[in-house]
Design a protein around this ligand. Structure first.
Ligand code: SF4
Ligand code: SF4
Length: 188
């Protein structure tokens, strides 16, 4: 008797679950005309899409010095770059002696591992939120320097991006101020 009732409850719960609104979403281009299903699913802040290069708004030049560290670390060998002397360094407007001249990432081969971002010492590369970049041509996803900078600029704008080294410096300064304030409070 008890087992029969238990079975009925399980059936009832499953039926109720079936009546709930779906937890999955239609892909925007799947042909579903319902407006609410046409919006792409928003990604989380920490989502890692395709890599792109960042732009230094203060000096008005890329952060990338073309040092090749990320290129050597990339497991799929999908990046290449060439550096040049930085004309702004000679004019004493920039502290970057060298600057990127050309850069290419073959996004078809990128596995979104984020190693390039981890190893870059110059805040020059980010994992953006971009993930829908499929093309029908073989080399359609080879991104050159202007395209990578444009992608990076879009990401910087959308996320109010602060260079990680600058953010770490601000956090450190804040922590120093807090510990100084608490030491002063203890002393008084
Ligand atoms: S993105 Fe960073 S690590 Fe890669 S070449 Fe530019 S400065 Fe060097
Ligand atoms: S995310 Fe990984 S695979 Fe893609 S370019 Fe960076 S290091 Fe290479």
């Amino acid at each position: 008797m008890f087992n029969s009732l238990k079975g009925l409850v399980v059936t009832l719960v499953s039926t109720m679950n079936g009546l709930r609104s779906p937890v999955t979403r239609q892909y925007p281009n799947s042909g579903n005309l319902l407006k609410k299903h046409l919006e792409p699913t928003p990604v989380k802040d920490r989502f890692m899409g395709f890599p792109a290069l960042t732009w230094d708004e203060e000096i008005n030049e890329p952060y990338c010095t073309s040092c090749m560290v990320c290129i050597r670390g990339c497991p799929t060998q999908c990046m290449s770059a060439v550096m040049k002397d930085n004309p702004l360094y000679e004019q004493e407007k920039s502290s970057r002696r060298k600057i990127v001249d050309s850069f290419e990432i073959n996004l078809n081969r990128c596995i979104l591992c984020g190693i390039c971002v981890e190893v870059c010492n110059f805040d020059a590369i980010v994992m953006t939120h971009e993930h829908e970049m499929s093309t029908s041509s073989r080399n359609g996803d080879r991104m050159n320097l202007p395209a990578l900078l444009e992608l990076g600029h879009k990401f910087q704008k959308e996320t109010d991006w602060i260079p990680p080294t600058k953010r770490a410096k601000v956090v450190k300064e804040d922590a120093t101020e807090v510990s100084k304030a608490s030491a002063d409070a203890e002393a008084s």
